[in-house]
Ligand binder design. Structure first.
Ligand code: FMN
Length: 324
C-alpha cells in the first residue's frame, strides 16, 4: 500500500509504532521494521545517550530496514540531557525521528541539516499546524482514545483526523484507537496518509514485556482505561487498575501531584512489564485494548491489517455501490 507517508519515509506499509516508554526496544522495533512498517526506539527508555547508541546498534543487527527513534520532550524539573540524546541519534545515522511532548523547534534546527526527517506527534490541530510551520516532514495526530498523553481538548479521532486533513498540507498519520485494518481504512478515508499505533504493538510476540501483561490487554475491553492527572493539566490515559483507581480517588479529593508521586513512579510502572504483575504500578494502554484479541507476531499483524484493508476497500465498500 503506497501513500505519501510510505513514500516520504521509504517503508512498505503505512503503519507506525511510535514512542513506547519501556516497550520501544530493539527487538520490537526491528520486528516492526522487518514487517515493512515504521518502528521507533524510545530514546528515554535508555538510561544514557550512550545506551541509546548501543540500542540503535542492536536494532541494526536485527534488521536492515529503516527505523526511527522517538524523542519525547516533556517539561521537567530535572530534564534529561535532550541535546545529548539528539546528538546520539544524529551520530548513529538514524534518519527518522518522532518528536512528541512539546515544541520540537530547538531539535529541528539540528535534525534538518543532518538529513534526519522528523514526524512530530501532536494532540491538536493547532499544534500540528504549528509543527508544519516549523518545517517538520510529517505529523502524527493523536486522538483522545490514545494511550499516553491525549492533551486537554478531548477530541476523538473521528473529528480530529478530518479536521487535521483540512488544515495540513504535509503528510500526516492518525494515531489513537487504531488496532486493525478497519481502523487503517477509516483513517485513510478521513484523510490521513497512514496510522500510528501503540497499544496494539504491546500484544505482539516480539514486544519485550511479560506474557501476562499481553494477556491482560487481550482480556481487557474498551473501558479498561483511566484518565489520570486531569487536575494537573497533564492528562494521561493509563490502564484501569487498583493503582490508577487510587490516583483518581486522591486527585478527586483535591490531592496534589506530590500526593500521588510514589503511586505513579515510572520505576514502579516498569516492574509491571518485567514481572507481569498488572497491579504493580501505573502502565500505559489505550481504549483500543477493546480491539485486541490475540498476540500475533508483528509480521502477522501487519499482513493481516493490509489484507483486511484490501478486503474492505476492494470488496466490501464497492459492493455497497454495486447495484446502484
Ligand atoms: C506502553 C506505551 C508507552 C508509550 N510511551 C510513549 C512515549 O514515551 N512517548 C510518546 O510520544 N508516546 C508514547 N506512547 C503513545 C504512543 O506512541 C501512541 O501515540 C499511542 O499509543 C497511540 O494510541 P493507541 O495506544 O490507541 O494506539 C506510549 C504508548 C504506550 C502504549
Amino acid at each position: 500500500m503506497k501513500t505519501r507517508f510510505t513514500e516520504a519515509f521509504g517503508i512498505e506499509a503505512p503503519i507506525m509504532q511510535g514512542g513506547m516508554q519501556w516497550v520501544g526496544r530493539a527487538e520490537l522495533v526491528a520486528a516492526v521494521a522487518n514487517a515493512g512498517a515504521l518502528g521507533c526506539i524510545t530514546a528515554l527508555t535508555q538510561p544514557t545517550p550512550e545506551a541509546l547508541a548501543a540500542e540503535i546498534a542492536r536494532a541494526r543487527e536485527l534488521t536492515d530496514k529503516p527505523f526511527g527513534v522517538n524523542l519525547t520532550i516533556l517539561p521537567s524539573i530535572n530534564p534529561p540531557p535532550y541535546a545529548e540524546y539528539r546528538e546520539a541519534i544524529i551520530e548513529s545515522g538514524v534518519k527518522i525521528v518522532e518528536t512528541a511532548g512539546s515544541n520540537p523547534k530547538e531539535h529541528l534546527e539540528h535534525f534538518g541539516p543532518a538529513g534526519v526527517k522528523v514526524i512530530h506527534k501532536a494532540t491538536s490541530v493547532r499544534h500540528a499546524v504549528k509543527a508544519q510551520s516549523l518545517g517538520v516532514d510529517a505529523v502524527s495526530i493523536d486522538g483522545f482514545e490514545c494511550a499516553g498523553h491525549p492533551g486537554e481538548d478531548d477530541v476523538p479521532g473521528l473529528i480530529l483526523i478530518p479536521a487535521a486533513a483540512a488544515a495540513l498540507e504535509i503528510p500526516f498519520i492518525a494515531s489513537g484507537g487504531i488496532a486493525d485494518g478497519r481502523g487503517l481504512v477509516a483513517a485513510l478515508a478521513l484523510g490521513a496518509d497512514g496510522v500510528n499505533m501503540g497499544t496494539r504493538w504491546m500484544a505482539t510476540a516480539e514486544s519485550p514485556i511479560h506474557r501476562r501483561i499481553k494477556e491482560e490487554i487481550v482480556a481487557h475491553d474498551e473501558r479498561s482505561t483511566n484518565l489520570i492527572f486531569r487536575p494537573f493539566r497533564n492528562s494521561a490515559r493509563v490502564v484501569k487498575n487498583g493503582v490508577s483507581d487510587e490516583v483518581l480517588r486522591i486527585q478527586g479529593e483535591g490531592g496534589q501531584f506530590e500526593d500521588v508521586r510514589e503511586l505513579v513512579s515510572g520505576k514502579r510502572g516498569a516492574t509491571v512489564y518485567e514481572t507481569g504483575d498488572p497491579e504493580a504500578g501505573i502502565w500505559w494502554a489505550g481504549q483500543s485494548q477493546g480491539l485486541v484479541g490475540d498476540i500475533p507476531s508483528c509480521a502477522e499483524l501487519v499482513e493481516r491489517m493490509l489484507a483486511e484493508a484490501a478486503e474492505i476497500v476492494g470488496r466490501r465498500l464497492p459492493s455497497l455501490l454495486a447495484d446502484g
